[in-house]
Design a protein around this ligand. Structure first.
Ligand code: NDP
Ligand code: PYC
Length: 344
């Protein structure tokens, strides 16, 4: 399908995956990234759009652009990879994006995981503005188990506290299974991702109860009240709050990155990308005792289905992916036109 495909109605259009990657690549380069960084971010963003992960697809492009224009992030940064120990790789993202830092360390990390059974990647001085599952899913497609965490920007009130401190701090996990796509989940430790609050505000929708508070700390279902002086809550009360705290520790304290509350972008109007850190743990399950790991995960899935489970995490994404690859990615026509303007 061509990027010039006709619109199907006034509000939506269809675009092929490679065409969307090409268009986003042009937008990134136009706004100051190197071609290499543009390729990685464009692929990431188009993958999210293809899979229906709308809060981290093309919705994010205005934020990427305003951030690049503000000088907050270096779109041409060259990550510095350090081989720290037999199971430890460190990357200084050099105030660039986290995904090119991961790409730069990938081969070394996989080698270490395959030889030692486990390897850890600690990225700091990095900006992550995307969904986290694209960082882990490819490892599971290679037969490895991957767990990653990234912290973001202060907007979540720790359970039992009065004011926000944590970021929305997602956790993503991917594991191979014998018959089918890897098992993958990717979830914010806030009750809702910040991006989804922005989308609800844009669409004039109310949120379900329990997502956030207004500027006075009172529960609210109004997304604008959350965005304008209010804050989000962790999911699951004290349990999500503990996980969010863990993400701060692993993604920032352990990597040398900023906590979600430690950076100040006030001098960079338009900056939207959190300047934090990311941790990724990679495990080679072929080292475990007993039956093949992928067979064991398949057995778990089989048993979950047997007790009535209809939807595994990742199922919705894969269904949307299949549809997008068959018919093109359905995108908002205005947003597509805007991307084309930004690309020239
Ligand atoms: P969701 O709550 O939409 O989904 C979380 C996970 O649960 C997904 O793996 C999803 O699978 C699965 N899931 C959802 N509903 C069901 C269900 N009914 N049954 C079984 N599984 C289900 O995600 P969030 O809103 O928490 O996060 C959205 C995105 O925001 C993530 O990609 C995250 O990485 C990103 N994010 C990024 C941040 C950053 O700093 N870079 C910060 C915070 C969030 P499926 O995908 O198939 O629906
Ligand atoms: O949706 O919470 C979010 C988010 C923060 C940074 C990138 N996405």
């Amino acid at each position: 399908m061509s990027a010039q495909s006709p619109r199907v109605d006034d509000s939506s259009a269809f675009i092929g995956f490679n065409d969307l990657v090409g268009l986003l690549h042009a937008v990134f380069v136009k706004h100051g990234t190197s071609p290499q960084v543009a390729q990685i971010l464009a692929h990431n963003c188009a993958s999210a759009e293809r899979d229906g992960a709308h809060s981290h697809g093309i919705f994010r492009m205005p934020g990427y652009i305003s951030t690049l224009e503000s000088g907050w992030v270096d779109g041409k940064a060259t990550p510095v990879v350090t081989d720290v120990a037999s199971g430890f790789v460190r990357v200084d993202a050099a105030n660039g994006f986290a995904q090119p830092a991961l790409a730069a360390a990938r081969a070394l990390l996989v080698d270490k995981a395959r030889s030692a059974g486990i390897a850890l990647l600690a990225i700091h001085n990095s900006h992550h503005f995307a969904a986290l599952w694209p960082d882990v899913e490819p490892f599971a497609e290679q037969g490895l188990v991957a767990l990653s965490v990234v912290n973001s920007m202060t907007c979540v009130v720790p359970h039992g506290a009065d004011r926000p401190l944590f970021g929305t701090n997602p956790i993503a996990f991917a594991a191979p299974r014998a018959d089918g796509a890897p098992i993958v989940f990717d979830l914010a430790t806030s009750a809702i991702a910040h991006g989804d609050v922005q989308i609800a505000a844009r669409n004039g929708e109310r949120l379900p109860p329990g997502m956030g508070v207004d500027s006075l700390g009172q529960p609210t279902q109004d997304p604008k009240a959350i965005l304008e002086g209010g804050a989000l809550l962790p999911f699951g009360g004290h349990k999500g709050s503990a996980l969010s705290m863990m993400v701060e520790l692993l993604a920032a304290a352990l990597t040398g990155g900023n906590f979600s509350f430690e950076f100040n972008w006030a001098d960079h109007p338009g900056a939207r990308t959190p300047w934090t850190g990311q941790l990724l743990i990679l495990i080679d399950p072929s080292k475990t005792a007993g039956q093949n790991f992928a067979e064991r995960s398949q057995e778990l899935v089989r048993q979950m289905h047997a007790v009535g489970l209809r939807r595994l995490p990742g199922d919705r994404r894969h269904r949307t992916r299949a549809k997008s690859l068959a018919a093109g990615i359905e995108v908002d026509a205005q947003a597509l036109n805007q991307l084309r303007e930004w690309a020239v």
